[in-house]
Ligand binder design. Structure first.
Ligand code: NAD
Length: 713
């Protein structure tokens, strides 16, 4: 079957060709083998034409120039040998280089997303015209996949926009907007998106008159103009910054830096060759595989409706009410207002309501650029926030989210009072972190329209939302909640009802184990260090101080009640609570925050408490501590899969990455477990089984170990 034609060739003027990329089979243009082959064919034909003044490359998709390489195709080569990988890079470089050596001027006319391979293609053109739309984004996100741009990205970029700019762009992976691209010299003109083709043709005419493009071609194919001293200084500052950011877990940015510095003194051909030769050092590595896994987890999540049925249309949520104006209520209301969904918020305490409304306005009107409240935004958002103490104002909402204190009786009273007031289609939701949704729904008239929508604290920063399906929750309600969470920019994961739902059920065994290790002889610092060396953003001991030791004890008690055989009620946590050491909130937790609110210091009073709880004085290696912390979480995850709490293993991984910051370079808990293999895990668990049932391999793990199955089969 012939590949679909993705380019359209036209001649708006006799000596100007326009190639429009518009893949009819895809929502966004991506660079796949057929697309590259077709580009090559068009260049052959255009090169053979006499009297061509210029070529404009544009996209037929508004807001999307090219979103990069076709990653699904790309991963098929992941097991290739290094020669094959290098030659794939070379083929792309050679194709794109033709744009910088054609016997006519080449201009990319860009509107919208222009990233990865698309940004490289555009860079090899002589000139770039960018639309000044807010959707225009130019960048090299490859490092976020554990890679670097390998089609000339590290070779051509520093020659065109300077080494310092290129280092920042390529090693950060962050995209820039049109204005920044222009300031950096990446864009040569900024125009209205409708004008980009006309502007590109005008640019061809002026380049043909001045022949400046020929001088630039020559300059950009030679060495970069920079002294050895400047090169050394840039290298030292950039590598120390990158090392600090990546903590040694992500090798790609440093390698990209080395390539840009190493290739600076030679010509662009030699730099391209280094880029191709080294690509196998990043492509196919465990970090690359992990980050690709996360890309696919996110991609799947974007498409997932949250239910298996195909013919259920989610309802529209145009207005929301939030009950309870405390920490979570404020964050939830602000998340809605920011996405221009009107939010009514109530509280039984007028003072809490007033403080809540003012915090919401403060949050939504914050402007990063001026590092403070932006009056324009405040003016725009204020009409969307309605603080009230009367229930009747809640009645018109499409969705009501309860975020009052964590007490089942109080919550049930709120629901009993509100349900009769609501419209027939309205959804009632709870933000509870521990109480079963089915239990909260027990006395409701419409339990099918009741659901858990569990936001994480702080709502502003945490992308994850657990959507908890009670026994009677309908598909329609789940689909609506999922679509709503996405509409306010969150990543929803659907979880069946159960103690701790997904994230807290998995976090608890890990946190609890940290305390058990301390009681067995490990130091607080050693436990935190082991977790961070595994890649966690923060050690579990510090996390206790951040969450609050009282909150942690309450959550622990709920889980102990649900799973008494596996969840140890920590005597150390109890002793700390008895000593009124509640964490950062009162300045005294496992560490002392009285002198420095953010960075706790060791406290002899805690040593005395630990001493009383200690029942062993074992020495642990860092690796032993890491495995002790992570294995109980992994075993519990297999129980969650056995119980069918989630619909797919991917939900566990995405939930932990977004919910607790599980290290992305490990690709998720189960992805990481697959790299070890079930047999190796069972082997690691065997000597630990004596510690308690939380280390006993589940039936699922044992079977997987026997038949060599993986979680991601
Ligand atoms: P909070 O104590 O900060 O706020 C609760 C608010 O609810 C208070 O302002 C209180 O006056 C108000 N309230 C009490 N009874 C009410 C009633 N009958 N009607 C209206 N308002 C009432 O609590 P929070 O931390 O915001 O937690 C709220 C809910 O969110 C709890 O269920 C909690 O478990 C859950 N949650 C909390 C976190 C967290 O980290 N704080 C994270 C996820 C979920």
């Amino acid at each position: 079957m012939a590949a679909t034609e993705v380019f359209q060739l036209s001649f708006p003027e006799p000596d100007v060709a326009v190639l429009t990329l518009d893949d009819p089979d895809k929502g966004a243009n991506v660079l796949s083998t057929p697309v590259l082959e077709q580009l090559s064919g068009h260049l052959d034909a255009l090169d053979a034409r006499d009297g061509l003044a210029g070529l404009v490359i544009r996209s037929g998709k508004p807001g999307n120039f090219i979103a990069g390489a076709d990653l699904r195709e790309f991963v098929k080569w992941i097991d290739s040998g290094s020669d094959q990988i290098a030659s794939t890079c070379r083929a792309g470089q050679q194709l794109f280089m033709r744009l910088a050596s054609a016997n006519y001027v080449t201009v990319a006319a860009i509107d919208g997303i222009c990233v990865g391979g698309g940004a490289e293609l555009a860079m090899w053109c002589d000139r770039r015209v960018l639309s000044n739309s807010s959707k225009t984004q130019y960048g090299f996100p490859e490092v976020k996949l554990g890679l670097y741009p390998g089609w000339g990205g590290t070779s051509r970029t520093p020659r065109m926009i300077g080494l310092a700019n290129a280092v920042e762009l390529v090693t950060s992976g962050e995209s820039i907007d049109a204005a920044n691209a222009y300031a950096m010299g990446m864009a040569n003109d900024l125009v209205d998106s409708q004008q980009r083709e006309t502007a590109a043709i005008a640019m061809i005419r002026s380049e043909q008159a001045s022949k400046q493009y020929l001088q630039d071609r020559q300059a950009w194919s030679g060495p970069i103009e920079i002294s050895e001293t400047e090169l050394g200084f840039l290298g030292a500052t950039a590598s120390s910054y990158i090392s600090q950011q990546t903590k040694g877990h992500y090798p790609a940015p440093l390698l990209a830096l080395e390539l840009m510095l190493g290739g600076a003194m030679g010509d662009v051909q030699a730099a391209c060759e280094m880029e191709a030769e080294n690509f196998s050092q990043v492509f196919g590595t465990p970090v690359n595989r992990s980050l690709l896994n996360i890309f696919f987890l996110q991609d799947r999540n974007k498409k997932d409706t949250g239910i298996d049925a195909k013919n259920v249309e989610p309802g529209q949520i145009g207005s929301v009410s939030v009950i309870g104006a405390g920490t979570m209520g404020q964050g939830i209301a602000a998340a809605n207002v920011r996405r221009r969904i009107a939010a009514t918020i109530t509280d039984t305490r007028p003072d809490a309501l007033a403080a809540g409304v003012s915090k919401i306005l403060e949050e939504v009107s914050y402007n990063k650029q001026i590092k403070g409240a932006d009056p324009q935004r405040a003016f725009e958002f204020a009409p969307l926030v309605n603080g009230t103490t009367t229930d009747s104002e809640v009645a018109a909402s499409d969705l009501v989210i309860e975020a009052v204190v964590e007490n089942a009786e109080i919550k049930k009273k709120v629901f009993a009072q509100l349900e009769p007031l609501l419209r027939d289609e309205a959804i009632l939701a709870s933000n509870t972190s521990t109480i079963p949704i089915t239990r909260l729904a027990a006395d409701l008239k419409r339990p099918e329209q009741f659901i858990g929508i569990h936001f994480f604290n702080p709502v502003r920063k945490m992308p994850l939302v657990e959507i908890i399906r009670g026994e009677k929750t309908s598909d329609q309600t789940v689909a609506t909640a999922v679509a709503y969470a996405k509409a306010i920019g969150k990543t929803p994961i659907v979880v069946n009802d159960g103690p701790g739902f997904l994230v807290n059920r998995l976090l608890l065994p890990y946190m609890n184990e940290a305390l058990e290790l301390v009681c067995e002889g490990a130091s607080l610092k050693a436990v935190d260090r082991a977790a961070k060396s595994f890649g966690m953003p923060m050690g579990p001991i510090t996390l206790f101080d951040v969450v609050g030791l009282d909150v942690a004890m309450h959550a622990g008690a709920t889980m102990h009640e649900a799973f008494p055989e596996r969840v140890v009620a920590s005597r150390l946590l109890l002793a700390m609570n008895e000593a009124n050491r509640l964490g950062q909130k009162n300045g005294l937790g496992f560490f002392n925050y009285l002198r420095n609110k953010k960075r706790g210091e060791p406290d002899p009073a805690v040593d005395a408490i630990i001493e009383k709880c200690r029942d062993a004085t074992q020495d642990f290696t860092g690796e032993q501590l890491e495995m002790r912390l992570v294995l109980p979480m992994l075993v519990e995850a297999t129980r969650i899969l056995e119980e069918g709490l989630v619909r797919d293993v991917r939900d566990v991984d995405l939930g932990l990455i977004y919910g607790i910051g599980f290290p992305p370079f490990k690709g998720g808990l189960l992805h990481w477990a697959d790299t070890l293999g079930a047999a190796a895990i069972v082997e690691q668990l065997e000597p630990l089984a004596g510690i308690g049932p939380r280390f006993e391999p589940t039936e699922m793990l044992q079977k997987m170990a026997q038949n060599g199955k993986k979680f991601y089969d």
